[in-house]
Design a binder for this molecule. Structure first.
Ligand SMILES: Cc1ncc(COP(=O)(O)O)c(C=O)c1O
Length: 497
């Protein structure tokens, strides 16, 4: 496992660490000395103080997106917001306007919810994106009809970072008398959102993507849309009757603070991130055999999707200290390639060689340089010829290894290496301890058994046999040309079990 201190984090689209000011604001709502009351307890000061905090946070969220404060409904996150918007609409739509429109590149929280509505008799059109990952206003205009009740699209795609042109799409949706729901989980705090100017009726948000805590989100419900949405959580009638349940003051306060900070920092964060992301992209593209997905589309700079064109590439080759997402590999539960990447035309193989890097507030130039180096090493390892000559199942020999060879050694499945030449035998060769250190990082065991050329004695043979029989196989032994290691193997044959 990598140590947290060694980690170079490029997975901000998955989640972000809470900002210190968010943490501080949340702590103030937990203990006996803090604002711990139930915001619904309106008869005493503890409850009133908590309600004030909740309402202040509601205002902070509303301010970030240009909404009215009464249009913000607290939920547990964007998944719940998406469910509330879609199922809430479906419940009220009984019998009329039962056609919904969405796209093939939405988050599973939309796609699976849509699938559940299809089982209830609604019809759903799943629009194909263009090859560069965009859903166009034209595609919406063609799909929409008099029976369409709701269109749901994401503002920013979580895998490829494409931006949907909501301003162009909203008038088409409204002209057809339908509602427009936007999943803004990946957009909040990264791009300006003004729900009124964009013409959004319902919008899902999540705090943990924007340096707030996990487990809290909100649904923007415009005044007009509120009448067309049914509650999915029944109980005490909280949240204007749309979502019952005791409000989690500390979470809500954390989300409010995160939104205030987002408004404050969005422009400078984005400018800095754009520079870092451009630098990484240029450097990695220059290594060759790398293509950027959706490069022709309007995109946010925070998310890069890169496909490596070398068949041997696996995301694990980048090393565990580089925290990226293999959007591609498989949607873990489903065991299938990413639906987003296949929708934009990648085959399953290319999808499995795709890496998502997402940048955030704490990404540094050092992180970026580290990532570039990881790509350089991985690509070299993919391109390098096979390392070692097998002389028995489980045992191979090789000439002097270079540090750059170790990825290939690991990729060929070697579990252990033995060095059979003394350090310093020739100038410029990596020392055994350098090799052993790099090997350890890749989970390969390394042993030092130096043999001076032509002097293989009883002690050397005994140690060699011990290593070969106790180290995990397959083992790769190396010396200047590979010959000494081969001789050790042959001469020790009578001693091996
Ligand atoms: C586009 C999009 N929608 C919805 C979600 C779900 O958000 P949450 O984790 O708040 O439920 C995510 C999170 O990955 C997302 O990227």
């Amino acid at each position: 496992m990598s140590e947290p201190g060694n980690l170079h984090y490029f997975d901000y689209a998955a989640t972000t660490p809470a900002d210190p000011r968010v943490i501080e604001s949340m702590i103030g709502c937990l203990g006996a000395d803090g604002v711990f009351g139930n915001p619904a307890s309106s008869s005493h000061a503890a409850g009133i103080a908590a309600r004030d905090k909740v309402e202040h946070a509601r205002q902070q969220v509303a301010d970030l997106i240009g909404a009215d404060v009464r249009e913000i409904v607290w939920t547990s996150g964007a998944t719940e917001s998406n469910n509330l918007a879609l199922k809430g609409y479906a419940d009220m739509a009984t019998g009329r306007r039962c056609h919904l429109v969405t796209s093939q590149i939405e988050h599973k929280a939309i796609l699976d919810t849509m699938a559940s509505l299809e089982k209830r008799g609604m019809t759903v059109t799943y629009l194909r994106p263009t090859d560069s990952g965009e859903i166009t206003a034209d595609a919406i205009a063609q799909a929409i009809g008099p029976q369409t009740g709701l269109v749901s699209l994401m503002l920013v795609n979580n895998e490829i970072g494409t931006l949907t042109d909501i301003a162009a799409i909203a008038p088409i949706v409204h002209a057809a008398g339908a509602l427009l729901h936007v999943d803004a989980a990946q957009a909040l705090g990264k791009t300006m959102i003004d729900v009124k100017a964009l013409g959004i009726d319902l919008m899902s948000m999540s705090a943990h993507k924007v340096y707030g805590p996990k487990g809290i989100g909100a649904l923007y419900v415009s005044r007009e849309a509120a009448e067309r949405i049914a509650s999915q959580m029944h109980g005490g009638g909280h949240e204007f009757g749309l979502r019952s349940g005791t409000l989690a003051t500390h979470q809500i306060v954390g989300m409010g603070m995160a939104c205030e900070l987002a408004a404050e920092k969005m422009a400078s964060d984005t400018e800095r991130i754009a520079g870092l992301s451009r630098h990484l992209l240029d450097a990695v593209l220059a290594l060759g055999d790398v293509t950027q997905n959706a490069h022709l589309a309007r995109r946010i700079p925070h998310t890069l999707s890169l496909t490596i064109g070398l068949p041997a590439f696996q995301t694990a080759m980048l090393g565990e200290n580089l925290a990226v997402s293999s959007t591609s590999a498989c949607n873990s539960a489903a065991g299938k390639p990413s639906h987003v990447l296949t929708a934009i035309g990648l085959d399953a193989n290319a999808a499995s060689r795709t890496v998502r890097l997402s940048f955030g507030r704490y990404t540094t130039r050092e992180n970026v340089d580290y990532a570039i180096e990881c790509f350089r090493r991985a690509l070299n390892a993919c391109r390098s010829k096979a390392v070692g000559t097998p002389i028995s199942p489980g045992f191979s020999v090789a000439p002097q290894l270079k540090l750059d060879d170790l990825e290939a050694v690991r990729n060929q499945g070697f579990k252990a290496i033995i060095c059979n030449r003394p350090d310093g035998e020739e100038p410029g060769q990596p020392t055994f301890s350098d090799i052993a250190e790099a090997a350890a990082r890749l989970g390969i065991e390394a042993r030092y058994l130096p043999v001076v050329s032509g002097k293989i004695g009883e002690d050397e043979l005994a140690s060699f046999v011990e290593y070969v029989e106790t180290l995990p196989a397959p083992v790769l032994a190396y010396c200047r040309t590979g010959n000494r290691s081969g001789m050790l193997w042959n001469m020790s044959e009578p001693r091996r079990k």
